[in-house]
Each structure stands twice: as C-alpha cells, then as structure tokens.
Design a protein around this ligand. Structure first.
Ligand SMILES: CC1=C(CCC(=O)O)c2cc3nc(cc4[nH]c(cc5[nH]c(cc1n2)c(C)c5CCC(=O)O)c(CCC(=O)O)c4C)C(CCC(=O)O)=C3C
Ligand SMILES: [Fe+2]
Length: 360
C-alpha cells in the first residue's frame, strides 16, 4: 500500500517509570510548572509503587508497535516505526534526532491519545515543536488529528463492552454502561478543540455510538453515562465531574446493581485504568454491593489496529493530493488534520507544530 509521502511513523506517547527509582523523576517531569500539590504527587507516587514502581504504559506501547509492524508487513507498507515520549525514555527529542540521523524526511505522528484538549493534543504538538527546534535536519512531522471517531476504535471498544456484559451474565440486562475518561480542569475542557468543549463532546459522541452498537448486538438498550477519573490539581480549581466513585454511589442509591466501566479515555490499560478503576472504583463497587466489570481498552485489538492503518493510509492519500475517503464512525464527519491557530490553547500554551499556521 502507498503511504508516500511518508517514510516513517512516529508513535508519540506519555511515558512512564520502569522501576521504583524512576517514579519520582518521572513525576517531576510530568508536573514541572503544572502547579500540582505535593500531597497529590505523594499519592500518585504510591499508585506506581503499589505496582512495583513500574507503569504498564511502556510495555503497552511496545505491543502496539509490534502489532502495527505486523499489520504493515501483511499490507506491504514499508514504514519504520519510531517511538518517543513526553515524560520518560525514549524521550521525544532523542527519537527525532535518531530519525534525522537515519535520513527520515517526513513522518506521520500517531499519539496515544484520541481526543482534543491541551493535555491530549496541543501539549504533544508543543513537544513536537520543541524537538524539531533542537534538531538540525529534523524531518517534517505531520500529526494525525483526534481519532476518537475512527471506526476501528469504536468497534474495538464495542466489542470489549459486549465481552464484559456477557461476563455479567444475568446481571447484564440492568447494567449501566459507565464510560470513563481522565478528568481535566473545566477551563482546559472549555478551551478544547477549534470551537471549545470538544473534549467532552468527543467522548459523548463515542459513548453514544458504542451504546448503539451494544444495543444492536444484544437487541436491548442500556442507559449510559460519561464520568471521570484521576482528578488532580488544587482543590479550589474545578475539574470535570462526576468522579467515577461518586457516580457509583449515585447509581447504587438509584437501585442500579450492575455496571460496566468503559475507559474510553485511554487507548490501553494505563495506570489510571489499573489503579483508579480496577483498584479504587472496584473497591467502591464492592462496598456498595454492585456487580461491576471493566471493559478492556482498545490496546492491540485487531479492529483498532485496522482503524489506525486506515487513518495512516487515508492521511497519506490526502497529503498526496488525492481525494481520500475517511473511515469514521458516529456522524461520519472526520476530525481535522491540522489544528487551527490557538486550538486547545490554555494559559500555559506555547508554540506548537502541526497547525494550519506554523507555530500556532
Ligand atoms: C487528558 C489526559 C490524559 C489522556 C491523554 C494522554 O494520554 O496524553 C492523560 C494521560 C496520562 N497521564 C498520566 C500520568 C499522569 N498525569 C498527571 C497529571 C495530569 N494529567 C492530565 C490530563 C491527562 N493525562 C492533567 C490535566 C494533569 C494535571 C497536570 C497537568 O496539567 O499537566 C500526573 C501527575 C500526577 C497527577 O496530577 O495526577 C501523572 C503521573 C499517564 C501515564 C499513565 C501510566 O503511567 O500508565 C497518562 C497516559
Ligand atoms: Fe495525566
């Protein structure tokens, strides 16, 4: 398959600690200049130490790269895959330097975040800007836009919800579908996307599409909600609510006895999933006597991989000037390839790559 003008793919992710000694320096990288209270850092550090001082995210990115490489091979796509992180090794600037040394001319960037917002989109574009600034002969880098509405992503999530509902057995019929994503400050959510409020709107669109898929599969409807986890920041700053634990309390009070937690905000089982959901929210559910399952994340689900391949090949066709079909779910409107000036910009925004206007 033709993927010109690209000669490489760059997987851009968050990064995570590999061992206990990495935890504090990793947290310092993440929170530098972000105004996160000391108590919160100690608490999140404990989450990592509780899992041996190791985040699952790096292994999951390696698995994603292996799955993409395999798919590339079977489709005759010759794109080497590079990997760089914002907060841990392999650090993005080192990766971009390696790409330059290898003679890469123009690479497509895939982030491990499917939505618009400062944290999930623009900050990565700033990281790309910084890396390119400091690298002589850096390749041209194009970033895929938010891909929450990729058909393959939706299908993978729907499939995983079906599995979780089946696992609930007789309790499935009355189970609530509780879609979960990372909370962010209300101000960051308001500033997300070209017209604002895209972060929540994009999650709601995917949650609705998955709920419809699941209804089509079983032939019976389920109510669904969008809730949040992993709130951080000082207590006086408002973040998106309700928190997943508070929501489970409210459901129990309404007489709901079963639920599926569906972490659509994460493409794989990040620490937020294995701690905030599998550990904390499950303890809440148990205390409330609720029967809860957690749907798998997209991970390396074959339809997710297929969706990523479509995003890559379709974008390549667009850059070649061809009028490419876009495979998207929901309202069938693709997101944008390049961000408009100031997209997702918050008070801390800096120059960013991959916009319609250089640096904005
Ligand atoms: C929207 C969003 C995503 C999804 C998009 C994406 O994937 O990029 C995401 C991903 C992740 N966040 C992660 C970890 C952390 N995030 C933190 C802090 C923060 N996250 C925020 C938002 C997001 N974060 C925000 C607004 C803050 C406050 C500080 C700030 O304004 O920047 C902190 C500091 C402690 C704390 O404050 O909780 C940590 C340790 C990991 C690694 C997990 C692992 O190891 O498996 C991943 C994938
Ligand atoms: Fe985070």
């Amino acid at each position: 398959m033709d993927v010109s003008p690209y000669d490489a793919l760059l997987l851009l992710s968050f990064g995570g600690p590999e061992k206990p000694d990495d935890v504090v320096p990793f947290l310092e990288n993440v929170t530098r200049g972000r105004g996160i209270p000391r108590e919160r850092l100690v608490e999140v550090g404990q989450h990592y130490f509780g899992f041996g001082g190791r985040s699952p995210i790096n292994d999951q990115n390696k698995a994603l790269i292996a799955a993409l490489e395999q798919a590339f091979e079977s489709l005759d796509i010759t794109l080497p895959i590079y990997w760089g992180n914002r907060n841990w090794e392999p650090y993005l600037p080192d990766t971009v330097a390696q790409m330059a040394a290898d003679g890469v001319q123009r690479a497509l960037v895939l982030t491990t975040s499917a939505y618009a917002s400062y944290s999930s989109c623009r900050q990565y574009r700033e990281n790309l800007w910084d890396a390119v600034q400091q690298t002589p002969d850096a390749p041209v880098l194009d970033k895929l836009g938010p891909y929450f509405n990729s058909q393959g992503f939706e299908n993978a999530v729907s499939d995983n919800v079906v599995v979780a509902l089946k696992d609930l057995g007789d309790a499935a019929a009355g189970a609530r579908l509780v879609f979960v994503t990372h909370s962010i400050p209300n101000s960051m959510a308001g500033a997300s996307g070209p017209d604002g409020d895209a972060y929540v709107a994009q999650h709601r669109e995917l949650a609705r599409a998955v709920t419809q898929d699941v209804e089509a599969f079983f032939g019976c409807p389920h109510d669904h909600d969008l809730v949040f986890c992993s709130r951080s920041g000082p207590p006086q700053v408002p973040w998106l609510e309700p928190d997943v634990n508070d929501h489970l309390e409210a459901l129990a009070a309404d007489g709901i006895t079963a639920a599926v937690l569906i972490p659509i905000g994460f493409v794989s089982d990040h620490m937020e999933v294995i701690y905030d959901l599998d550990t904390e929210a499950f303890a809440t559910a148990q205390r409330l006597g609720m029967d809860v399952r957690r749907a798998g994340t997209a991970g390396t689900h074959p339809t997710f991989i297929q969706g990523l391949i479509e995003l890559i090949t379709e974008r390549a066709a667009v850059e070649r000037g061809e009028n490419s079909e876009r495979s998207v779910s929901g309202v069938k409107k693709p997101t944008w390839d390049r961000c408009l000036p100031g997209c997702c910009a918050t008070a801390t925004a800096r120059p960013a790559l991959c916009g319609t206007v250089h640096g904005q």
